[in-house]
Design a protein around this ligand. Sequence first.
Ligand code: PMT
Length: 404
Amino acid sequence: MNIALGVGGGIAAYKAAELARLLEERGFVVQVLMTEAAQQFVRPLTFAALTGRKVITDLFASAGGEETLSSAVEHIRVAQDNQMLIVAPATADLLARFAHGLASDFLTTLYLAFTGTVVLAPAMNTNMWRHPATQANLETLRRRGHHIVEPEEGHLACGMTGPGRLAQPERIAAIASAAAVQLRDLEGERIVVTAGPTEEPIDPVRFISNRSSGKMGYSLAQAAAARGADVVLVSGPVTLPDPYGVTVLRVRTASDMRQAVMEHLKDASIIVKAAAVADYHVANVASRKLKKTAMRLSLELDPTVDILAEVGQKKGDRLLIGFAAETENLVAEARRKMETKNCDMVVGNLVGTDGTGFEADQNEVTLVVRTGDVIKLPRATKLEVANWIFDHALKLRLALHAAQ
Ligand code: PMT
């Protein structure tokens, strides 16, 4: 596979030389391109020696250095010739220019012309990393399905200690290799994902809901779309913007969610139910706002339709992945749900613990799989967890087909 390695102008630029070597070692063909600022830290000759290829350093100068008409469209050729673009170090300035589509040099022009897999490894001062502008740019880039290799915490060249140090080249190379394997491996799949809470009205003003932010489901939709799937995301009320390249159906109640899921079930090959669907709805929804009194207010609640169980009854040879949000007995409860709802896999996650589950940016899940396996995955970003879930789902489907 051909990789374009963009080197940004940060003190960590020297580490990109090691990354180039590691990528070449893994059998990738690496074309290096450097921003003007990067050349202040490392000479292009270093990369040329490591990769055996001339380094592109200027928007209108081809790798050979002469300015010709062909070099003026060199970025299109590089965009077409490479399946992956890695940018390391990705400075705050580069992230901002990528996020906003500015094309003022070769690397940013290439980025706009590029349609393959993008891996960004940020590196910058801790305050710059934490700045809302940088974090907003990162969120934009994540939503486009780009892989972000989180910087490490530690002592920085500027003397500060904290997050912002470029991830180790080995980790960047490993993530790039994993992304290369995942490339478009969900092409042709039609995946229905549910996400977020549902809202069950009490009266025109009040409702019952839960703390689901939708991040887990949106990450699943984003990961699947980035790997080539045709994704329909049925989402309860959340504040997240639509993931890149995903059809989003926004619903409110469990009943609405069930209807949307059933409408798209027939075409689906994989269904992933990450939504925190309300288990109960108010039996008699008031048509007018209930007036406050000094008396206790009791509500009669009826069970909602169990969408997962209903899909389980109708799934056919589709792959059905459910979730289990538990505070204890995670594996046993996940296994029970897998059996009673006819799931092929249940993703168990402990909720109520800090840093994972509802609203958190990370999750730590255990997969209970129909083949009998129980796979405990490490804590990671919800996007990484989402990709692992699909990795195991594809393996599971192969195992189930082989067992037939
Ligand atoms: O959205 P985030 O803030 O990122 O949080 C992620 C999450 C914690 C919500 C997610 O990881 C998760 O655990 N989702 C499932 C939450 C849930 O409702 O779990 P449960 O054990 O109550 O439900 C089991 C399964 O049945 C789930 O797949 C659920 O979608 C499904 N279900 C539940 C009730 C119902 N009426 N219909 C359903 O389909």
